[in-house]
Write a protein that binds this ligand. Structure first.
Ligand code: DHB
Ligand code: FE
Length: 295
């Protein structure tokens, strides 16, 4: 039996959320409502544990710098240590990879004409570890292997929404051709609206974020046509992180096998099993979404 993608998880990755977990502050007045909001997602993943997660995220000049700027970097390593982002590495477990699945995805996706960068050694920053902490809490070891897919959304030019959706479609085909009975989830992380510098620092756009979630669920192909300038104007300079959510969305069944992403496959749309929107955490609007596939 081959591997399959069963669900997608979308979540912000605000570093202060990781600090709140690491320092035992989740019950404090500021944090308690947000962590109460995460509870249904944590209950869902306890009921629906993946065998592996493809975790789409962005590095924030920790593993990569201006020396090398890969647009799409897939991790093939057996393990990844948490990055030191200036305050020492987060006290979270080593992230274990899935070299066989990752190598298969690399082969399949590159043969589908996506020129991935392949990474055999890197550290992982809050962009990857905070989503793991949000979903799994503080286990002594992460409960499943992770295939990291680091996307450049920090230094322009960054990939288009259309390219991200197409990459998700290619990843679905790759997973479905992996000859191993694996239940795979794909996570899209980052966002939602936030801007960390300049005159508009602190920007949050609640109506735009909520409309983004609506369109991600119901009109992913249309949303994929939205240009970068709209993300930056409406959701702030760091709001462009949201373009990564389209990779995970493109890997769902209803986007499959559509040569032209403006078309739609026959498969039923995924079921929304969890949706959260909370403002603010640190400087950022926090969104979380879980979509389950039926195929
Ligand atoms: C914040 C959010 C981010 O996405 C990030 O990478 C760093 C900081 C913040 O809200 O503070
Ligand atoms: Fe970020």
């Amino acid at each position: 039996m081959s591997a399959r993608i069963t669900a997608s998880v979308f979540t912000s990755h605000v570093p202060a959320i990781g600090v709140a977990i690491d320092q035992g502050k989740t019950g404090e007045t500021y944090w308690q409502p947000l962590f109460a909001g995460f509870e249904p997602a944590r209950a869902w993943i306890r009921e629906n544990p993946p065998d592996a997660v493809i975790l789409v995220y962005n590095d924030h000049a920790n593993a990569f710098g201006l020396e090398m700027i890969p647009t799409f970097a897939l991790g093939l390593a057996a393990s990844y240590e948490p990055a030191d982002e200036g305050w020492g590495p987060r006290p979270v477990p080593t992230v274990h990879g899935h070299p066989e699945l990752a190598a298969h995805i690399a082969h399949s996706v590159i043969q589908q004409d996506f020129d991935l960068t392949l990474v055999n050694e890197m550290t992982v920053d809050h962009g990857l570890t905070v989503p793991l902490s949000i979903m799994f809490g503080q286990p002594p070891a992460w409960p499943c292997p992770v295939v990291p897919l680091a996307v450049n959304v920090v230094q322009y030019p960054v990939p288009s929404g259309r390219r991200c959706l197409q990459l998700g479609q290619a990843i679905r085909r790759a997973v479905e051709s992996f000859d191993n009975d694996l239940n795979v989830q794909i996570w899209g992380t980052g966002g939602m609206s936030h801007q960390l510098q300049g005159p508009r620092a602190g920007l949050i756009n609640q109506p735009w974020d909520k409309a983004f979630m609506d369109r991600l669920i119901a009109d992913p192909a249309g949303l994929a046509g939205m240009p970068h300038i709209d993300y930056v104007r409406e959701a702030g300079s760091e709001g462009i992180e949201l373009v990564m959510w389209l990779i995970a969305r493109g890997a769902m069944a209803d986007c499959a096998d559509v040569a032209d992403p403006a078309g739609r496959a026959d498969s039923a749309a995924p079921t929304v099993v969890h949706r959260l929107y909370h403002v603010p955490a640190s400087n950022t609007a926090v969104g979380q979404l879980i979509l389950e596939d039926h195929s």
